[in-house]
Write a protein that binds this ligand. Structure first.
Ligand SMILES: [Zn+2]
Ligand SMILES: [Zn+2]
Length: 244
């Protein structure tokens, strides 16, 4: 994390540069009162594997994108309103060190910094920005978060039935409720999770039962389509994280 910008003229200039690095496909980032707090490269754990992404922390949003040319050109811009963000530390495991979760109602994922110092800087700053925003708005922290998807590589067999082995034909699917990697037969049901999508999304058998048995969750807007697996073969592809 670099560039703590107190001087507002330098801040405006820096925001304009960030905006131009994303080009015409990016959103305008310069709005009154917005401050760029810090920036840096973090490793984002995507569906297929960890990938380097450029992150920018503003006082109200977190922006990230793919690196086309380091410090010059980024694409695939994502903007996360900080008000809905919760962060959680992730214990070190193997090569994946200095990580934490960025959880939001629509999407949650893990990122990793190069050093422990960078990690604590990022987490402290994000935490402070979120706290300041909530204090200003009087809102309470977001309660519900999208599941963090288990990476494909961590499951060679279905995490629910423990039987079906994944192959190019027997494909992996992700339950949108628990984030587990599951087989087709274990995830034939769809359920409406309004914070994630306006359409019902794939859930595993276990989560479907949980969602439909309790009074929690949306009424009975859920639909069960046991015969629809062939129609849905591409639905995980649509939201495949590997492209972002
Ligand atoms: Zn299964
Ligand atoms: Zn599930």
């Amino acid at each position: 994390m670099v560039d703590r910008l107190a001087n507002s003229e330098a801040n405006s200039k820096r925001i304009a540069v960030v905006e131009s690095c994303f080009g015409a496909a990016g959103q305008p980032l310069a709005i009154p009162g917005r401050v760029l707090i810090g920036e840096g490269v973090l490793t984002k754990l995507c569906r297929k594997k960890p990938k380097a992404r450029q992150f920018f922390l503003f006082n109200d949003i977190l922006v990230y994108g793919n690196i086309v040319i380091q410090k010059k050109k980024y694409n695939k811009q994502h903007i996360i309103p900080l008000e809905s963000v919760t962060i959680d530390t992730v214990p070190d495991e193997g090569d994946l060190r200095n990580g934490w979760l960025i959880k939001t109602p629509t999407k949650s994922f893990a990122v990793y910094a190069a050093t422990a110092t960078e990690k604590s800087e990022w987490m402290n700053h994000i935490g402070k920005c979120v706290g300041d925003l909530l204090q200003k708005s009087g809102k309470s922290p977001t309660g519900e978060h999208a599941a963090v998807w288990v990476p494909d590589s961590e499951a060679s067999v279905c995490m629910r039935c423990q039987k079906v082995k994944f192959t190019p034909v027997s494909r992996r699917h992700h339950c949108r409720k628990c984030g587990f990697v599951v087989c087709g037969p274990c995830s034939e049901k769809k359920y409406l999770l309004p914070s994630q999508s306006s359409k019902p999304v794939r859930v595993c058998e276990y989560c479907y039962l949980q969602l439909t048995s309790g009074s929690l969750g949306p009424r009975s807007d859920s639909i069960s389509r046991p015969g629809s697996k062939f129609n849905n073969l591409s639905d995980d592809e649509d939201e495949d994280d590997s492209s972002d």
